[in-house]
Design a binder for this molecule. Structure first.
Ligand code: SAH
Length: 263
């Protein structure tokens, strides 16, 4: 006779990309998985933490293949839990930072299935950190905002206008397609020297970093072909990265040359 199935779901944050940046608790949950449902941004080597016999199912969004991928993922999660027992829902970064983790839990709770959450290291702090950018630093920035470039209606969040008026570090997710609009918001306030960095696939071997100011970032992003998935970091802290020092020393030198010319 089959053992009695006890349905449960653990929502696990997989970390920002580097597979070593998952938490120990996340690995332990994977060790005990009957089914793993994973997204597109998940490093596949993480699946090796799950038992060989566990079912591993990709639920990333594939254009055109599913009418409503989120709804289907929720349904799958419940069905697998009822059929197999312990489902680990592996999500990029932290499940509650723009990850729709809360929505998934709300759905699962309707079926009386018990759930756990294992937080993850969010790309919002880890990706800047890996590029040497501290999101806060004494005397430079005393807060940081994490803002979406793509709200549920597809628009850049209006919060960016508020954040741009403050001294806060701004971390934008899902914003690469809105770069012109983002730069425009800062330009409109005369903040053309504001440092900005775009980091694609941070903490992974494919990491790409482009940095500059509001004056040159559009050109740089185009010529260096930086694209999604990427994080945009705006604020004086970007200058603090030892890895980006050369970029900003260059800018300083250019300014000095221009003012010497004008004397
Ligand atoms: N829950 C996740 C964020 C999900 S939203 C977290 O806490 O990190 C997905 C967006 O996050 C991507 O479009 C991109 O803007 C950003 N992102 C996630 N991982 C990233 C990485 N390794 N490098 C750059 N951006 C990343």
């Amino acid at each position: 006779m089959r053992n009695e199935v006890r349905p449960r779901v653990t929502l696990v944050g997989a970390g920002p990309g580097d597979p070593e940046l998952i938490t120990l608790k996340g690995v332990l949950a994977l060790n005990k998985a009957d089914v793993v449902l994973f997204d597109a941004l998940i490093d596949r080597t993480l699946l090796n933490h799950a038992p060989e016999k566990a079912l591993k199912v990709f639920v990333g969004k594939r254009h055109g293949s599913l009418k409503n991928p989120q709804e289907d993922t929720n349904r799958l999660c419940v069905r697998y839990a009822q059929e197999y027992g312990h489902v680990v829902r592996l999500k990029g970064g932290d499940p509650f930072v723009f990850g729709r983790g809360a929505e998934e839990l709300d759905y699962i709770h309707q079926f009386g299935i018990s759930t756990d959450v294992v937080p993850g290291i969010s790309s919002t702090v880890a990706v800047p950190a890996a590029a040497g950018i501290p999101v806060t630093k004494r005397g430079v920035s005393e807060s940081y905002w994490v803002i979406t470039g793509t709200t549920s209606n597809g628009e850049l969040s209006h919060d960016l206008k508020l954040a741009s008026r403050s001294k806060a570090t701004v971390v934008l997710l899902m914003g690469t397609k809105k770069l012109e609009e983002i730069v425009g918001i800062y330009e409109a306030q005369g903040l053309v020297d504001k440092p900005i960095a775009i980091i694609e696939r941070g903490t992974t071997v494919e990491e790409k970093v482009v940095a500059g100011t509001m004056v040159d970032i559009l050109d740089k992003a185009r010529t260096q072909q930086v694209g999604a998935p990427a994080i945009i970091i705006i604020g004086e802290v970007v200058r603090e990265s030892p890895k980006l020092r050369a970029v900003y020393e260059e800018v300083l030198c250019e300014h000095k040359l221009i003012s010497l010319h004008n004397e």
